[in-house]
Design a protein around this ligand. Sequence first.
Ligand code: GUN
Length: 293
Amino acid sequence: MTATIIDGKAIAETMRGELAEKVSRMKEKDVVPGLGVVLVGDDPASVSYVTAKERACEKIGIYSEEHRLEASTSEEELLALVGSMNNDPRIDGILVQLPLPKQIDENKVLLAIDPAKDVDGFHPYSVGKMVLGQETFLPCTPHGIVQLLLRSGAETKGRHVVIVGRSNIVGKPLANLLLQKSEGGNATVTVCHSATRNMADIVRQGDIVIAAVGKPEIIGADMIKEGAVVIDVGVNRVEDASKKRGYRLVGDVAFEAVSHKASMITPVPGGVGPMTITMLLYNTVQSAQRRRL
Ligand code: GUN
């Protein structure tokens, strides 16, 4: 079997087009959705994510403001900035790029964000509502994955989805979304992690396998059932002297080998990544609608 490529870039473009139209209709009512982005330090991966988020905002007409703070920034300074954005009427969404330097307590910062502006969906209030299946901002990467599956016609109802990785940003919330009794949910979900025994045996049972580990190409073809749908969340930099930047990006899945066994697969880059940013734009527009229309 040769897998169909799930084109995250194309699906994201379609959704961004829909959002751009919505934003231009909002502008007729003098409402411009606004996103405040905070980056502490200069981790290269975080810099490139934040830059991509800002460019995406600009392209569809969302106002965005960037706050780049020194790696040595104190928790108090960051909390004060979050407080000022909570009170700024132009700002509908607040995004503090993670991870934060070790002198700053991440939980304290996430707790300080007004839940009405929590477009990342990381505030415990948002997480609780999501688990209960109540309306709230959904975390961007898990929500983007659900949209990818829905829009590429991969049925989740009654299917066994195996998630590899239990992070607060991807694995845990994704398991919850796929469990919901609603469209894009109704799956039977298994979450594998670093303490899982016989992981390959479990992953091989997956009708849908979602890899969110952060280790280059650890999911090989021998772990994938013939005809499975494979979603690769990993973005790993691997040294490559032949590239101008000195590295290339690979996922958590051995793409070439697995694509001969899967029925559908996402590439890296161009799969999940563009969807994550799109769902951030979606949440920001939704926030502006809720708050100002
Ligand atoms: N770091 C890695 N992914 C994310 C994300 O989706 N949001 C934020 N704020 N930080 C991240």
